[in-house]
Write a protein that binds this ligand. Structure first.
Ligand code: AKG
Length: 307
């Protein structure tokens, strides 16, 4: 049976930020089951607008955004997997408007609920939200093969945290939104540390992942791979379903950091503008560092006293 990813009408528009925001038991169950939760209209419109304007300013200097409209012919159209701009250089992430968004109190309440009160790392000079920006870069949309998770599996079986995906502008289906495999956080929890670089070798033998994780270069592969979006299935008794993150300004998706995901081509006529941030559990940073095989020197300061 396919997993249900709940939509929820929550806090909308410019209404004052509430400290009493809570997730329902159903939403918490959905997150436990599928590893991903959509919360529509969670972020206040004004804060989202300020964040969007901060992202648009450097694009305006490049001529891509002029007089309130996209001018995409200001630069050559990229071809997937080229996303067009080096986002970290052109847009950067040192915008206070972006940090303000990921510290929103309704969002913090949702993250607290999903992390069940465990402490997590706040944004700061060494931990900033990232803009996910993709110019239109595909005539034909397709499901990519680069499925990954950004954090290792931990011997303790716990999740290292929750990742935010927030919309600064409308992202429609096939418009470059991140894809995720709901349910995949239940896989590979084997009581040992497993690095993300090992996931492919372990998952490719499973029928659900066999073609999903292999680049298909045949001439007729694009349509076949586009159809993979509909894929549902199971590994053992774990139900899996591919989910495409779409949404409007202020909508967010929260994802367990174990969930497999991938960036996708943008076959729409407007750029994809999203924001991401990882709320990493402070108490698990040492275990994450050791699962990655990082030396102690690489463990973030905030985690040292927990090691
Ligand atoms: O949507 C994307 O560009 C991919 C994002 C991603 O893989 C990540 O933030 O870990």
């Amino acid at each position: 049976m396919p997993l249900t990813i709940w939509r929820s009408a929550t806090v909308t528009g410019d209404c004052p930020v509430t400290n009493t925001y809570t997730l329902t038991a159903e939403q918490r169950d959905t997150f436990k089951r599928s590893g991903i939760l959509r919360l529509d209209g969670l972020l206040p419109a004004q804060r989202v607008r300020h964040a969007r304007e901060a992202v648009l300013r450097p694009l305006e200097r490049l001529g891509l955004w002029q007089a309130g409209a996209w001018r995409l012919d200001a630069m050559p159209r990229p071809q997937w997997p080229d996303t067009g701009l080096k986002t970290s250089q052109v847009i950067g992430n040192r915008h206070p408007e972006l940090a303000a968004l990921v510290e929103d109190s309704a969002l913090a309440a949702a993250v607290d609920a999903l992390l069940e009160g465990h402490p997590y790392e706040r944004p700061g000079p060494n931990r900033r939200p990232q803009v996910l920006f993709t110019l239109p870069n595909a005539q034909t949309w397709t499901v990519p093969s680069g499925w990954h998770s950004d954090r290792p599996r931990l011997a303790s079986g716990q999740s290292a945290g929750v990742q935010l995906f927030a919309f600064l502008d409308v992202v429609e289906a096939r418009g470059g939104g991140t894809l995720a495999i709901a349910g995949s956080h239940h896989l590979l929890n084997e009581g040992r540390a497993i690095r993300p670089s090992q996931f492919g070798r372990l998952l490719r033998p499973k029928p659900f992942f066999a073609d999903l994780m292999v680049a298909d270069t045949a001439a007729d592969s694009l349509q076949r791979r586009a159809d993979l979006l509909q894929r549902t299935g199971a590994v053992g008794n774990v139900q899996l379903q591919i989910v495409e993150m779409t949404g409007a300004p202020g909508d967010v998706w929260l994802m367990d950091l174990r969930v497999l995901h991938v960036g996708s081509p943008n076959a729409a006529d407007r750029p994809r503008m999203m924001l991401t941030f990882r709320y990493e559990r402070s108490d698990l940073l040492p275990e994450v560092a050791s699962a990655f095989g990082w030396r102690r020197a690489a463990i973030p300061n905030s985690a040292r006293n927990l090691a």
